[in-house]
Design a binder for this molecule. Structure first.
Ligand SMILES: C[S@@+](CC[C@H](N)C(=O)[O-])C[C@H]1O[C@@H](n2cnc3c(N)ncnc32)[C@H](O)[C@@H]1O
Length: 186
């Protein structure tokens, strides 16, 4: 299971997703260009000390990401044995709660300002929606990612029952650093 971020705009959201991926043990792909520098202090702050704990891959463009995912499109394009690309979108046609996830799936999140362009929408193996109450536009991208990743890991046995959140001293040390900054959540 991986999460992919399409041209993220907001460093705090990207940092929160880096933290989410590190905590739950999934890889994260960042598809550039981003709306901020990847050494942005707001991104580092939101990701706390989780930056070194996860696997983060940067791709310089959508095309570079696709080549990394499907190196030989003739032999193994989408739906032909390659990992499935599942787009999370407010324009989705399938509720994520009705979808059968696989451990090799990639959950693609759109940019905060504009989602993804039509060509990216078209190439996804599935377009999943988190149903919202009428008149509501969308969720925060990190919250949407957390909801769907949680369900995907639950279905595929991705949560290891022996794992527990740490309440040890190392968390406390990073907590103090964060509090000094802006009273961020831990
Ligand atoms: C703030 S939303 C973007 C809204 C944008 N206007 C659009 O049409 O996609 C940022 C991203 O969060 C995810 N997201 C937010 N709400 C969602 C929902 N209800 N269902 C599925 N994905 C959602 C999508 O990946 C979306 O591209």
């Amino acid at each position: 299971m991986r999460i992919a971020l399409y041209q993220p705009d907001i460093p705090q959201n990207c940092g929160a997703l880096i933290r989410l991926a590190a905590c739950l043990g999934v890889g994260l792909d960042i598809i550039e260009p981003c709306g901020f520098l990847l050494d942005d202090r707001r991104l580092r702050r939101a990701g706390l000390d989780y930056h070194g704990l996860g696997e983060v891959c940067r791709h310089r463009s959508w095309e570079a990401f696709r080549s990394a995912l499907w190196p030989n499109p003739e032999a193994a394009g989408p739906g032909a044995g390659a990992p499935r690309l599942l787009l999370l979108t407010t324009g989705g046609d399938r509720p994520y709660t009705d979808f059968a996830f696989a451990a090799t799936d990639i959950l693609l999140l759109g940019r905060e300002s504009a989602g993804v362009p039509p060509e990216v929408h078209a190439v996804a193996d599935a377009r999943l929606v988190i149903p919202l109450r009428p008149g509501r536009r969308s969720l925060n991208v990190a919250q949407a990612g957390a909801m769907v990743l949680g369900e995907a890991l639950r279905q595929t046995g991705g949560f290891r029952s022996g794992d527990r959140a740490s309440d040890g001293a190392s968390d406390g040390a990073s907590d103090q650093a964060g509090k000094a900054d802006e009273g961020a959540d831990r």
